[in-house]
Every structure is written in structure tokens, then in C-alpha cells.
Write a protein that binds this ligand. Structure first.
Ligand SMILES: [Ca+2]
Ligand SMILES: [Ca+2]
Ligand SMILES: [Ca+2]
Length: 426
């Protein structure tokens, strides 16, 4: 079973609280109970990942090329589609979908000016930003000062993501053991954290340490020579990883380690120390992902962000015994791919406690509109955006003169997503 949507997440938020008059009726309670049964039975949204193959791949009657950024929708009739073909046809070795819609980071396997799209060639130790039609170098490994994490020629970046939103830290992996000043020899199985140095430009980064080394946390299961070829993170929780070699990963049951193969997207949970299967691309499409093809680049759909009540008001309208919710879609982040509706009791809120729980975890039809049966008490509602990888965003902020502005807590009673990422709007 994949850890995917089932355990995971629904997220972010929009926080708007609106009291609605309770429609007290026993039949409503029954309706609500039925609704819960439906939710429990499978109100989960499809999971979306982005990836790139290392060689031309044909997992489902569509040729995916090494310079394609490919969207994968688990369970869809046509699960694979190319969303961006990088000009000049370089092998794309790392991708990250940014929070700003239509923006990407990527790395390439060999120097290229992207068919003239860049002023000069980007190197394999660089990260390029695609900004809705234009390309710029975002990270220049060969221009970062020596003491700040200069990347030597010959090293390729083979995994990348941002931590903390589009202006956050840059996390990269290399394809070969690479010495970095102040850190030492960085293994291909490791992720390195670069913080913005404040100097600006593509050289304005400082390497501050190892974010994760898979060969270290999975000692005995992952050989030190293993290479992380794709990575992203869900909240402060799971890492999603692709590796270049088949292998066994630290299991729940040490006597029966799960086997990782090409096409398997795995997760690592730093709290439990467990590895597991997040997505099995071999089972997606006909004939499915082939064992001869590597997942060379991997990204979730961005941080879910927040819904700003000032610009995206939540409206509730009575519709028979139900309430029709509608809100303006598109929180501040491209990662707001779905929404959860949470319901709490006003009487409890008066005592300073948020008791909201999920009542709807899928914006069916992706129309920013849902018909919901309200509880039989005076209630309030919060809409929280979440990403397709199972990451909730903000539940909105509250304000009082004693505490100032505070992020509302995640639901303690039941959530649409297991993890939460709070990020600055791009
Ligand atoms: Ca890669
Ligand atoms: Ca690597
Ligand atoms: Ca809907």
C-alpha cells in the first residue's frame, strides 16, 4: 500500500470563520453521520507528482523524453503528460515545482544554453529557473565563493528542491562525491542545504550543512555508493526520494525488507526512521514504468500556501437542509491543488479552543464549491488548501491583542492531510 493519499494529507487553509445558524434536526445528524461514512470510505484526492525519465520512456503509450518535465496523476486514465519540454533537449536531472504558478527549477546533465534561451550556457552544477517563458540561472555552483560551498567542475546536480517557499533554502544533491568547504566530502546519497547569503544573484548562496544522507540513516540497507536522483519534502515530515540503484531499505520488519526498484518513489520518515513505498509507477499505465528507466527528477506540486480572506472570501449559502460553500480558488501558491472544509462549534471557540474537524476533503470538480450538511449546532468553518502530495497549508491566522497574530492550529480531531507546510506566499 502506498503511503500516499491514504495516510496523508489535505491541507492548507483558508481561514475564514463564519457563524452559521445551526439547523437542529435529528435527520441532519444522521446525514452528517452518513457523510462521515462517505469520507471515511474514500474521500481522497488524486495524487500528483512531477518527474523526468533518464532515457526515453513509454510507460503508457506516450513517449516521455529526458528533457520533459512530466506530470503524473495517480489513478488517472492517462496518468502521464508532459508539462514542459526544456529547449535544447538537455537531459533534465533535477526538477522542483515552485510555489509561483508556472515557475520551475531544474538542473541539466551537461552544459547548454537551452537553444539560446539563456545568455550563456548553464552548467551541470547550476540550477536554472523557468519563469513562465523565460530562463535564468538560479544557482551557479561554479560562482559560489569557495568558502561558501563552491561546487567543483565535474559535479552534476541531480536533485533539487526549496525548503521554506520560493525564497527559501535550496536543497541539492550531487551525482558524485563532492568536497564542500566547511562540510567535507558530500556523498551522492546526501542532500546539502544552501541558504541565501544575501549577496543576491546566482552566486549568492552559502552551504550550511547536510540536510539528509540516505546512506547514513539507512546504514546496512542502502550502500554508501547509492545515489539520490530525485528528492522533495512534504511538510517537516516525509522526504520523497528516488534512488539510482535497486536495493533494500530499512523496513518496519527487519526480516523482510522492502525492495526498491526503478519507478518506485519511496518515502523516508525521519520520526519513525521508516522507509516505504510512496508511489509505484510500475503499476501506472500500460505497460507501466519499466525497470530499465530511472526516475531522474522528482517534485511534488509545491507548497499549499494559504487562502487570504481579504482577497478570497468564503461564502456560505443555505441550500435546502445543506449549505453551499464557495470560495475563490487558488490560494497564494500553485501548490493549493485541493481544499478541505473544517467545521467547529462556536460554543467551544468561545472558550478559546479550536475543535474543528474535517467534513469534506475533496473539492469535487475542482470548482471551489461544495455542498455540505452542517452540524446541528452553531458552527464555524475553515477552508484549508492542500497539495496533491499530502501537505496541508495554513488554517489562517487569528488575532488578539494579548497574543498578536497567531497561526491557527491544525485540526486535532481529523485532518485531510497528515503533514503541514507553512510557507511565505511567493
Ligand atoms: Ca536526478
Ligand atoms: Ca545524488
Ligand atoms: Ca466542488
Amino acid at each position: 500500500m502506498t503511503r500516499t493519499t491514504r495516510l496523508a494529507p489535505v491541507y492548507p487553509n483558508a481561514g475564514i470563520t463564519r457563524p452559521t445558524t445551526a439547523i437542529a434536526a435529528r435527520c441532519l445528524a444522521i446525514l452528517l453521520a452518513l457523510l462521515w461514512l462517505v469520507l471515511a470510505a474514500g474521500d481522497t484526492a488524486a495524487q500528483t507528482l512531477y518527474l523526468s525519465p533518464d532515457v526515453p520512456a513509454d510507460p503508457d503509450g506516450i513517449f516521455l523524453l529526458p528533457w520533459d518535465i512530466v506530470r503524473h496523476d495517480a489513478g488517472a486514465a492517462a496518468p502521464y503528460s508532459s508539462v514542459l519540454a526544456v529547449p535544447g533537449d538537455p537531459a533534465v536531472t533535477a526538477i522542483h515545482r515552485m510555489d509561483r504558478a508556472g515557475h520551475w527549477l531544474f538542473a541539466i546533465g551537461a552544459a547548454s544554453d537551452l537553444a539560446g534561451s539563456l545568455g550563456g550556457p548553464a552548467e551541470a552544477r547550476d540550477v536554472v529557473r523557468y519563469s513562465a517563458g523565460t530562463f535564468n540561472r538560479f544557482f551557479c555552483g561554479g560562482l559560489v565563493p569557495l568558502a561558501s560551498g563552491f561546487v567543483p567542475a565535474g559535479t552534476r546536480i541531480d536533485a533539487v528542491y526549496l525548503d521554506g517557499g520560493d525564497a527559501g533554502a535550496l536543497i541539492v544533491s550531487f551525482d558524485t562525491p563532492t568536497p564542500l568547504a566547511g562540510i567535507g566530502l558530500v556523498s551522492p546519497s546526501a542532500l546539502v542545504r544552501y541558504e541565501p547569503s544575501g549577496a543576491g544573484g546566482c552566486s549568492g548562496w552559502t552551504a550550511v550543512g547536510i540536510e539528509l544522507d540516505v546512506a547514513v540513516v539507512a546504514t546496512g540497507f542502502v550502500p554508501a555508493s547509492a545515489n539520490v536522483t530525485g528528492a522533495d519534502r512534504i511538510g517537516g515530515d516525509l522526504w520523497l526520494l528516488a534512488l539510482d540503484v535497486p536495493g533494500d531499505l530499512a523496513p518496519l520488519d527487519a526480516t523482510a525488507p522492502p525492495t526498491f526498484l526503478p519507478g518506485h518513489i519511496i518515502y523516508y520518515d525521519p520520526v519513525s526512521g521508516d522507509f516505504g513505498l510512496f508511489e509505484d509507477l510500475q503499476l501506472s499505465g500500460v505497460p507501466g514504468w519499466q525497470i530499465s528507466d530511472q526516475v531522474d527528477a522528482l517534485s511534488c506540486g509545491g507548497n499549499p500556501g494559504a487562502i487570504d480572506p481579504a482577497t478570497t472570501p468564503l461564502r456560505l449559502r443555505k441550500s435546502g437542509a445543506s449549505v453551499l460553500f464557495d470560495w475563490s480558488p487558488g490560494g497564494c501558491s500553485a501548490g493549493a491543488e485541493n481544499y478541505g472544509i473544517y467545521e467547529g462549534e462556536i460554543a467551544t471557540l468561545r472558550s478559546g479552543v479550536y475543535d474543528y474537524t474535517r467534513i469534506d476533503c475533496d473539492d469535487a470538480g475542482a470548482d471551489a464549491m461544495e455542498l455540505v450538511s452542517p452540524a446541528a449546532f452553531d458552527s464555524y468553518y475553515v477552508v484549508v488548501p492542500y497539495s496533491s502530495c499530502g501537505d496541508e497549508g495554513s488554517y489562517g491566522a487569528s488575532f488578539d491583542y494579548a497574543s498578536g497574530t497567531l497561526e491557527r492550529p491544525v485540526s486535532a480531531a481529523g485532518r485531510c492531510a497528515a503533514a503541514q507546510t507553512l510557507s511565505v506566499c511567493p
